[in-house]
Design a binder for this molecule. Structure first.
Ligand code: GLA
Length: 385
């Protein structure tokens, strides 16, 4: 993917629409730990990053909208009283936001939009949330809508559910909109209470290694996992009606009902329950500076995602195993929904260069694919520029 900067997006807008746009940056996110816990009402620990999508946007006084995706060179136009899903997924993420606003009786007018950036699609850094949240904030500013960032995150999540048919949790949208420079968000996905934890990794850094793989069944498998967790909850509720989600379940309870749950559902639920425990410990490690233990927890999460939750793939397992055997890497795991995208690595600053070279070479030898390596900068989230 070619990377596009703010100036180029603005210039493209002026060329196409001959007017001055509002400029927005929609941000991607990383997640330290707490994967597939958000839709189980658990906790997550994401942060917004400097990589993102720039938007040049303006209302056009008509009932027709014109979108241009600069990275892809694709455009899409539609009338705002005829918003429905189309073949272009990026356009659906945008139209879904307009659809939600219309459902709240917020009358819009036609929008001219050019967008593009440096956030690779399918990388596990949530380009979809950057797209939804940047656009939502843009519309909010253009039409002076009185909505908080939290409300916008909820609106974007609902749009994913209803317009895209993806039953995602709230982590990505929340992190994109509420992230702050140098801070990790510890978010309770049930109450939406959250706290910021300043990130201090001493001599260590976070490095992302992109497998540059994106398997087709990502969304289907995601839906299956959501459904499998629900099945587990339905079974356990027969014994304790206070259980509303896997958040409320302990390992002892899973073990007690293992036979009834069956091997598959037991495995899925066990992953989520253990991941919740890991996240609590990881939060303390981050605060107390116990980075070695934090690293171990990352490896444990990867093993759970790979063997119990089964959302990894050979490429990601290879990258994590390589990191596991590399002196100076404290921890690594797949990040995001799985089946491709990036691994997140907790790595000593001194070895970043040599590690990047070595893993790129080894990965190419093993799978015939190049990696892309990104240094992470935890930056303020989605904002008007
Ligand atoms: C995707 C979803 C999130 C979350 C992660 C897995 O990124 O959009 O809501 O479930 O997968 O942690």
């Amino acid at each position: 993917m070619k990377e596009i900067g703010l100036e180029a997006i603005k210039a493209e807008f002026e060329k196409r629409f001959n007017s001055q746009p509002l400029l927005i940056k929609g941000c991607g996110r990383i997640n330290i730990i707490g994967e597939h816990t958000d839709y189980n009402d658990g906790y997550v620990m994401p942060a917004s990053i400097d990589k993102g999508i720039y938007f040049a946007i303006s209302e056009n006084g008509t009932t027709e909208s014109h979108f241009y995706a600069a990275n892809l060179g694709e455009s899409y136009s539609f009338f705002i009283d005829d918003i429905k899903p189309c073949d272009l997924q990026w356009a659906n993420y945008l139209m879904g936001i307009m659809d939600q606003l219309q459902k709240q009786n917020i009358l819009l007018e036609g929008i001219d939009l050019v967008f593009g950036g440096d956030l690779p699609v399918g990388s596990g850094m949530s380009s979809s949330a950057a797209l939804e949240c940047g656009f939502a904030l843009g519309l909010c500013s253009l039409f002076n809508l009185d909505m908080s960032r939290q409300e916008l995150a909820q609106l974007a999540q609902k749009s994913s559910h209803e317009f895209l048919g993806i039953p995602c949790g709230i982590m990505d949208q929340f992190a994109s909109l509420l992230g702050l420079k140098g801070q990790v968000i510890k978010l309770d996905c049930r109450s939406l209470n959250y706290e910021y934890i300043p990130i201090d990794l001493k001599d260590y850094d976070l490095l992302l290694v992109n497998s540059n793989i994106s398997h087709d069944h990502v969304n289907g498998a995601y839906r299956d996992r959501v459904e499998e967790c629900r099945k587990g909850v339905t079974i356990l509720q027969q014994y304790n009606k206070d259980i509303l989600s896997l958040r409320d379940v302990k390992m002892a309870m899973l073990d007690e009902h293992q036979a009834e749950l069956g091997a598959l559902i037991y495995k899925r639920c066990a992953y989520v329950v253990k991941e919740t425990q890991r996240l609590k410990e990881a939060g303390n490690c981050l605060v107390g500076g116990q980075l070695e233990r934090l690293g171990e927890l990352l490896f444990e999460t990867h093993d759970g995602l790979s063997k119990e939750y089964e959302v990894s793939c050979p490429e990601l397992d290879f990258l994590v195993d390589f990191a596991r055997n590399y002196e100076g890497v404290l921890g690594a795991r797949l990040m995001g929904g799985g089946f491709g995208g990036c691994t997140i690595n907790l790595i000593h600053q001194n070895i970043k260069k040599e590690f990047s070279k070595a893993i790129t070479k080894a990965y190419y030898k093993e799978r015939g694919i190049d990696t892309s390596i990104y240094e992470v900068e935890i930056a303020d989230g989605t904002r008007v520029i």
